[in-house]
Design a protein around this ligand. Sequence first.
Ligand SMILES: C=CC1=C(C)c2cc3[nH]c(cc4nc(cc5[nH]c(cc1n2)c(C)c5CCC(=O)O)C(CCC(=O)O)=C4C)c(C)c3C=C
Ligand SMILES: [Fe+2]
Length: 388
Amino acid sequence: MSHRLGVLLLNLGGPERLEDVRPFLYNLFADPEIIRLPLPWLQKPLAWFIATMRHRRSRENYRQIGGGSPIRHITEEQANALAQQLYQTGHPAQVYIGMRYWHPFTEEAIAQIERDGVEKLVILPLYPQYSISTSGSSLRLLERLRQTGTYLAQIEHTVIPYWYQRPGYIGAMVDLIRQTLYGLPAPDRVHLLFSAHGVPRSYVDKDGDPYQEQIEICVELIVKALDCPNAHTLTYQSRVGPVEWLQPYTEDVIPELGAQGVRDLLVIPISFVSEHIETLQEIDMEYRELAHQSGIIHFHRVPALNTHPRFIQDLAAAVVEANTASSVPLNQVINLQKPVKIYPQERWQWGLTPAAEVWNGRLAMVGFMALLMEMVTGWGPLHLVGLM
Ligand SMILES: C=CC1=C(C)c2cc3[nH]c(cc4nc(cc5[nH]c(cc1n2)c(C)c5CCC(=O)O)C(CCC(=O)O)=C4C)c(C)c3C=C
Ligand SMILES: [Fe+2]
């Protein structure tokens, strides 16, 4: 029996106008998959605070790339190209876009899917590699929507959690790299710099995020298929905040390469399938300037895949395969990653609960430390902070 098929493309979204930057940042930082806090009630005030502190700098970056992110417009082109490819190969489907932090939001996409009476949905995150912070966050949101009884609960669905290893995707990346590399005046002198989006190191070490492993395998597969003698390095970009992210950082490696005598650099963005602020501003502007200051004379970048025909053909093939294979349900995918560790005592509950016991213990320890301090120094805590 053939179902009315829908494909839901998931992406992060981006501000379309400068006025959107602050509310977009708020949505992003209010997501516990982006900033992990042991005290959930702190999430929204902190998101407000960070969005307030960061939005001017972010706005300036979006202003430099024309006043907004092109991510919506490119994702729409990808959706149209995918629908056309599916139609031409005898698998007609309606393709929808669900963004995590800006329009069209994932909730809006599900409402449209209901209006259209889709009977089976293939869920395809537009991130080749799986990270808790990207595909994981969108899939968790969808699972919540399914559990709260939206239309998603009534239809069949299957998820394509990652596709970094698919030969079609690798082939499309190799096509683009070759086109750029062999269009340069001296390709054999060029150093290849694969720059992946970073994530905090704790996601990988503590929370079991498979992202770093998938990035490393993906780069190996591309380098093998590329089959060229050029030296290459893998780095991580776009760090936010004070904690350690995956290393080495792109901004540290560019000066090192310059000091080693590299004069021709080709940057290959590896976690992104469309142009957006991290390619157009961070790589094309910030890293270009850094490279020139570091003695690198020729700085180039491989464009993002956008609607590269081989890439779109491979996405269509992945959709057809997922539709015919046995279903991969949302709850199975998000359970692959270790659950976020919020200890029972961190979740506040009234009454004689483990939470109350732990917080009483912590307050007692603070009191004991204050007493000890006063015995040693002769000064109490209020003296020390200048209140007495
Ligand atoms: C603070 C934590 C962040 C994590 C972790 C993170 C992971 C991550 N992000 C992408 C892809 C995109 N990020 C985009 C924007 C963006 N991301 C963060 C923060 C984290 N990202 C911020 C603060 C922003 C806003 C821009 C800025 O102020 O710097 C976007 C949208 C870009 C656009 O054009 O609007 C994408 C796409 C990946 C792939 C990833 C981890 C693997
Ligand atoms: Fe990001």
